[in-house]
Ligand binder design. Structure first.
Ligand SMILES: Nc1ncnc2c1ncn2[C@@H]1O[C@H](COP(=O)(O)OP(=O)(O)OP(=O)(O)O)[C@@H](O)[C@H]1O
Length: 311
């Protein structure tokens, strides 16, 4: 379990992390989201003792990282996949890390197999693709079989097979009762992987909620109804207390009445319904709405770029 209390980090005049409180629980994958510069990496670095808080504290299983004995067995981190000596092989890199905790070669070969690098483990890392480096970083994080995993953008550079594999692995690790904190800008992937989400905006927590709450959200009871008989169905839905918005020629957006009741009303009046779809909000919609005021780096759009291009 990771607990942050009033956690703060200032770099000169910049407050990167501004008094955040959150708990990352075991047994689920927790997604860590936020616009560029929101403070995710800084928070992760503080969790693993690579940065010191300017205020507040963060603990793993009740202790600051620096006070955990044999930290590789407690916390595994993948924060920067490029942080490996390029002239070392993956296996030698992992053997060197393993030696700091008296972890043997057998475990090194086990994690190499788990991340699918067996065939290239004896090659220099400088020939590795970004996806291979991510796999190696994950192998390093898992080396000590830790209860807590902290992974900054681990799916960057992975091919579609790799993304699906990573999703399954992270979900398995959480199902084994581990604490998994994962940052990513890929909303669709995050929606498939995480059970709980913490969103930062300008160094503050703007959301801390189960994924199901975020993706259902405000639009959960809106239903899209497609019927050739909109004029007949609309007053019947009004009579049931629904709010109905019409998009010609045949689409109704119905709020305040669930799909089963709409189907009953239509069937009772002999109205043909071609589509009945409950509209759920995507994680991306929820994220964009929650961070609308917290985006530090916003593009100006392609039209302006086109105007400024030399002819
Ligand atoms: N070592 C540093 N020195 C000075 N400022 C820093 C340092 N590290 C981070 N910052 C600043 O702190 C803020 C938060 O940065 P951080 O990298 O934690 O954001 P992030 O949410 O991980 O962003 P991204 O999604 O782009 O990775 C930014 O304004 C950044 O410029």
């Amino acid at each position: 379990m990771i607990v942050a209390q009033s956690l703060t980090k200032r770099y000169g005049a910049t407050t990167a992390v501004d008094g955040v409180d959150f708990t990352v629980r075991p047994g689920v994958v927790t997604g860590f989201l936020g616009p560029n510069g929101a403070g995710k990496s800084t928070t992760m670095r503080m969790i693993v003792g690579l940065d010191h808080p300017s205020g507040g504290r963060v603990t793993v299983d009740g202790k600051p990282y620096a006070r955990l004995g044999a930290p590789l067995h407690r916390v595994g981190a993948l924060l920067d996949a490029s942080a490996v000596h390029p002239r070392r092989s993956a296996r030698n890199h992992l053997l060197a890390v393993a030696a700091t905790h008296r972890i043997g070669a057998r475990r090194v070969d086990e994690v190499i197999a788990t991340v699918g690098l067996d065939a290239v483990a004896r090659r220099h890392v400088d020939g590795y693709s970004l996806g291979m480096r991510q796999r190696l970083g994950l192998a390093g994080a898992m080396l000590g079989d830790p209860d807590t995993l902290i992974l900054d953008e681990p799916v960057n550079g992975l091919d579609p097979d790799g993304v699906v594999w990573m999703r399954g692995l992270l979900r398995d690790l959480a199902a084994q009762g581990r604490t998994v904190l994962l940052s990513s800008h890929l909303m669709t992937e995050m929606a498939l992987t995480a059970d709980h989400v913490i969103i930062l905006g300008r160094g503050r927590v703007v959301a801390d909620a189960p994924m199901s709450d975020l993706v259902a959200g405000a639009d959960a009871d809106t239903v899209q109804v497609r019927t050739p008989q909109v004029a007949t169905l609309t007053p019947l839905l009004w009579a049931e207390g629904a709010t109905v918005t019409r998009t010609p020629p045949d689409l109704l957006s119905v709020a305040g009445l669930g799909a089963p009741r709409i189907a009953q009303v239509a069937a009772g009046a002999g109205i043909v319904v071609n589509e009945l779809t409950p509209v759920t909000r995507s994680l991306e919609d929820a994220y964009l709405e929650l961070t609308r005021d917290d985006v530090e780096y916003r593009s100006t759009g392609t039209r302006r770029i086109a105007r400024e291009m030399p002819r």
